[in-house]
Design a binder for this molecule. Structure first.
Ligand code: SF4
Length: 379
């Protein structure tokens, strides 16, 4: 199973928290799309003929493109790679882009999963985040999508936006429950240094959100969505039965994927490739016929540590027996006392060599994973 990710690096305006690669300079849209087409051709052997089960347009804001341009990209993919009819094709979108005409065009070109960046249903907080849209836009776009035949919709939600956000979050969850999308991604606002919020925090213009508030909100989300029958299948992701994101699951299962566009990553079991995150240089490199990527060869400890990190983040858990079988490293034997201590604190569950985090443990997932990591000199 293989996936293709296409990064569309343009947005209408910069959200104050965002450190993804994007530009608000739209004159480069056309040359970037042409360069993406070139990259697709140059990378035609990367997946070695594997069927492409998922295609994901991310960004940036792919919904900012007109449907004709998206159709050209899809046609190029169909022409170069084997894509079965069952392929999950996701488009990330912002509510202000999703008028009925556009949504209908997206659906009729074969996009079958829509991810809508809702973030919050409170206009004052949307303004604070510097989002372009309103709460009303979220509902309108959602109903437009439903009316035009999208039966697999994700809503993105952000929590811990400011201090004392818990009551706001509870109202967001009521709104989400009313809409009942098939999938919800809920992210804690993290303040990155090279963002507007990062600068504000640095100058003490905004206070940090206390950890205990963020933790409380995470637990509220997990519990509330659980009551609504959503499966908490990855730390930040919830799905109704049968609606896991196949694309993201592909990443977590260590399957191969090809990332196209500025800043996109690719993975083929042995190495990761990182495309450069500069639109002009990306265009220039592809105009000269060169793929603008750096290659990182993955060592055995790299691969084990990724498996620990991604496994612990999912409800599948981390298969410690599998790590021992594939790499000869006994994580359980090396960390038996520590894992037992976590189990006594009701943070992990260990069954038949599969280690899973429960809700309390998920709050410390990164820390627990790094405590189990294997170092380069160790094997
Ligand atoms: S729309 Fe998305 S990618 Fe663009 S700035 Fe906002 S969060 Fe970042």
């Amino acid at each position: 199973m293989a996936g293709i990710y296409v990064h569309i690096p343009f947005c209408r305006q910069a959200c104050h928290y965002c450190d993804f690669h994007f530009s608000t300079y739209h004159k480069l849209i056309r040359p970037v799309l042409e360069a993406i087409g070139r990259e697709l051709h140059l990378r035609q052997d990367y997946l070695q003929g594997a069927a492409v089960e998922t295609i994901y347009f991310g960004g940036g804001t792919p919904s900012l493109l007109n449907p004709e341009d998206l159709q050209v990209l899809l046609d190029q993919i169909y022409e170069i790679f084997p894509v079965p009819g069952s392929c999950e094709i996701t488009l990330e979108s912002n509510p202000d882009d999703l008028n009925k005409k556009k949504v209908r065009a997206l659906r009729s070109m074969g996009i079958n999963r829509l991810s809508i960046g809702a973030q919050t249903f409170h206009d004052e907080y949307l303004t604070y985040l510097n989002r372009v849209h309103t709460a009303e836009d979220i509902k309108r776009s959602f109903f437009n999508a439903r009316e035009c035949g999208f039966d697999n919709i994700n809503l993105d939600l952000i929590y811990a936006i400011r201090e004392n956000y818990t009551d706001m979050l509870k109202k967001d969850l009521v709104e989400i429950g009313n809409l009942r999308p098939e999938h919800i991604s809920a992210y804690c606002l993290t303040i990155e240094p090279v963002t507007v919020f990062g600068r504000w925090l640095d100058k003490s213009k905004i206070p940090p959100v206390p950890d205990h508030e963020a933790a409380e909100q995470f637990e509220i989300i997990s519990e509330h969505l659980g009551l609504l029958q959503y499966d908490h299948y990855e730390i930040s992701n919830f799905a109704l039965p049968g609606y896991f994101s196949r694309h993201n699951t592909n990443y977590w299962m260590e399957n191969v994927y090809l990332g196209i566009g500025p800043s996109a990553h690719s993975y083929n079991l042995k190495q990761r490739q990182h495309n450069l995150d500069n639109n002009s240089r990306y265009i220039k490199s592809l105009t000269m016929g060169n793929i603008p990527a750096t290659i990182e060869y993955l060592s055995i400890p790299n691969r084990i540590n990724e498996r620990i990190l991604t496994g612990l983040r999912t409800s599948r858990g981390c298969d410690l027996n599998g790590i021992r079988k594939d790499f000869g490293v006994d994580i359980l034997g090396k960390n038996g006392d520590y894992i037992q201590e976590l189990a006594d604190k009701e943070m992990v569950i260990l069954t038949d060599g599969i280690m899973k985090l429960n809700r309390k443990g998920m709050l410390f997932a990164d820390r627990i994973a790094s405590d189990l990591f294997v170092s380069e000199g160790e094997i």
